[in-house]
Design a protein around this ligand. Sequence first.
Ligand code: PMM
Length: 286
Amino acid sequence: MTMSQLRRPDGLPSHLPADETLVMGVLNVTPDSFSDGGQHHELPDALAHGRRLLTEGAKIIDVGGESTRPGAPRVDEAEELRRVIPVVRELAAEGAVISVDTMRASVAAESVAAGALIVNDVSAGRADADMGREAARLRTHLGTPPVFIAMHWRGHSDVMNDLAVYDDVAAEVAAELAERLADLREAGVEDRFLVADPGLGFSKTAEQNWAVLSQWEQIAEHGLPILIGASRKRFVGALGVDRDQATAAISAYSAEHGAWAVRVHAVPPSLAAVTVGDRLRRSRGR
Ligand code: PMM
């Protein structure tokens, strides 16, 4: 692989651009999401918002039915399915590349059956012992296993802020993520379907998030495609400037460093940002 090629997973349609950092649009179907005020709770609103993200240039829509906001309670499985599956089914039928943001193997399986191509598990298989095996066993409508996004995570939302204790945060995040990736491989998930994510904002203080982000060589240590999710997080808001513009600046940085995708709420500023980052990266030959 030459350095100017992005690492990207198998299992996605060939029409997705190969040498661009993709913008993944966030579609939270939750009444309690801190990021969108919960206005996309109802199906028609959720579909309209998903279509708008696509029109704006999102290449993937990440559909989630459970808030991971610090302190958020868990939703039960039936409610998560009720929120997520109709949205996945409809947007996938319209041709969208759908990712399902879930920690439950059952929700992952139902979502793949409804047309999702990507399973985005913020717990990287830790929250549900069946997740790894299920991800390896599932087949999408393209005939392959789904892409599996494995994020660095230390615990559920009710305790995650208490777990933000590190000696060397970037090195520990990389090492813990490497353990999760090893578990997933052991469960049968192949490397070519794996994406890794350092989990900004999950059991990390603002200072720790910046430390992780600044040490890209640690983020990229595993050699897998990388997803960065900084959008509208507290450490971004704490900068005191517009959260979506600040998110876009992180998107430019991520693209310049060769991230496979950025997960964002506001697509247009991050689309412009990754376009610049990609251009710089290609020019530099990274
Ligand atoms: N962040 C949130 C939810 N899901 N998934 C991945 N892979 N990476 C993230 O950083 C991530 C995620 C929380 O953000 P939201 O509540 O604004 O959607």
